[in-house]
Design a protein around this ligand. Structure first.
Ligand code: ATP
Ligand code: ATP
Ligand code: MG
Ligand code: MG
Length: 290
């Protein structure tokens, strides 16, 4: 770098390195998507095209950033999880967040016409905000994922009932809102079933559970690889570091793995027990081609 008298300005930059050995979650959220969804006539309560587009953009982000172990999306938001051993960008928060936000947004716009053919985008174009949050334990990380999935359930049950009252019941938005004020889950299930013959349990999983994206390896029988989920919180970062060759091998296997979008329960232990690679960050076996 050439020396100049102006160079001192670089020292005004603030460090923003995230703590070592913590799970990093970058959550992005669409800006003003309530308005955006009206502008493009999203079907209510759930526009399948819009969800598929979010998932496609998130999948592209995971492909470009192999350090992401799992992602979870609902509505106009996506959470991307970096393993606690991740060293990408030396764990600098703004580098991680801005890279994810811009990569996601670029793909969202790039892929838009595939999911909304004949509906061209016009300004204001879609944009996303983002933040990084650190979780010190596997329990905190899993609670984070559970929090988002419970939010998905609560919002979807509300929205499904709200829109049934309007679309099938002929109510206006104000009356529907009033009708649902203070209602419990059981009340909403009852309204759906008794008035509209809708059994909420039979609603599509993609709407009830949201979308989870991860690298797919052979599932593990619960109980046979319990040690893989062990929390190595007691080890030092040095001890956790893998040998260079092992790291290279893992990298190759990770690149070979198929990235899958599913709509599973991430709250139950089973999801994590059958996929020990998510928490261990050691790639599993690549399934044989069917
Ligand atoms: P902010 O900029 O504060 O995030 P917002 O308008 O984006 O404001 P959110 O709380 O993020 O508010 O909610 C996103 C909104 O986008 C939802 O309430 C819903 O109206 C709409 N939306 C997002 N995805 C879909 C979808 N797949 N189908 C229908 N509507 C959707
Ligand atoms: P910000 O202005 O910082 O973006 P926000 O209101 O958009 O805040 P997020 O932090 O993006 O909220 O949170 C995402 C979702 O989490 C919200 O749509 C809401 O359902 C839920 N949420 C937000 N704040 C709380 C809270 N204090 N307690 C429980 N749930 C919350
Ligand atoms: Mg939003
Ligand atoms: Mg949102």
């Amino acid at each position: 770098m050439a020396n100049s008298k102006y160079e001192y300005v670089k020292s005004f930059e603030q460090p923003d390195v995230l703590l070592p050995n913590t799970w990093i979650v970058v959550r992005i959220d669409g800006r003003g998507f309530h308005k955006f969804s009206n502008k493009y006539g999203f079907e209510k309560p759930n526009d399948r095209r819009a969800i598929d587009l979010m998932n496609a953009a998130a999948k592209a982000v995971m492909t470009e950033l192999p350090d992401i172990v799992i992602a979870y999306g609902i509505s106009d938001e996506y959470s991307f999880v970096f393993h606690k051993s991740c060293t990408l960008f030396d764990r600098r928060s703004s580098k991680l967040v801005t890279t994810i936000v811009s990569t996601f947004t670029a793909y969202y716009v790039h892929l838009w016409s595939q999911f909304f053919p004949g509906v061209p985008l016009s300004p204001p174009l879609p944009s996303f905000d983002g933040r990084a949050v650190q979780y010190p334990s596997v329990q905190n990380l899993r609670d984070y994922m559970s929090w988002r999935q419970v939010d998905c359930h609560i919002n979807n049950l509300y929205n499904t009932t709200f829109w049934a009252l309007i679309q099938i019941g002929g109510m206006d938005a104000k009356s529907a809102e009033k009708e649902l004020a203070g209602s419990l889950s059981a009340d909403k299930n009852e309204i759906l079933f008794s008035r509209f013959k809708i059994n909420y349990n039979n609603e599509p999983e993609i709407y009830k559970k949201g979308s989870v994206i991860f690298r797919d390896y052979e599932l593990v029988e619960p109980g046979t690889a319990g040690e893989a989920i062990e929390d190595d919180g007691a080890k030092t970062t040095e001890q956790i570091k893998l040998s260079k060759t092992q790291e290279e091998n893992d990298k190759k296997r990770r690149a070979k793995a198929r990235i899958t979008v599913q709509h599973l329960d991430v709250i139950k232990d089973e999801f994590w027990e059958r996929r020990p690679w998510l928490l261990s960050n050691r790639p599993g076996k690549i399934p044989k081609e069917p």
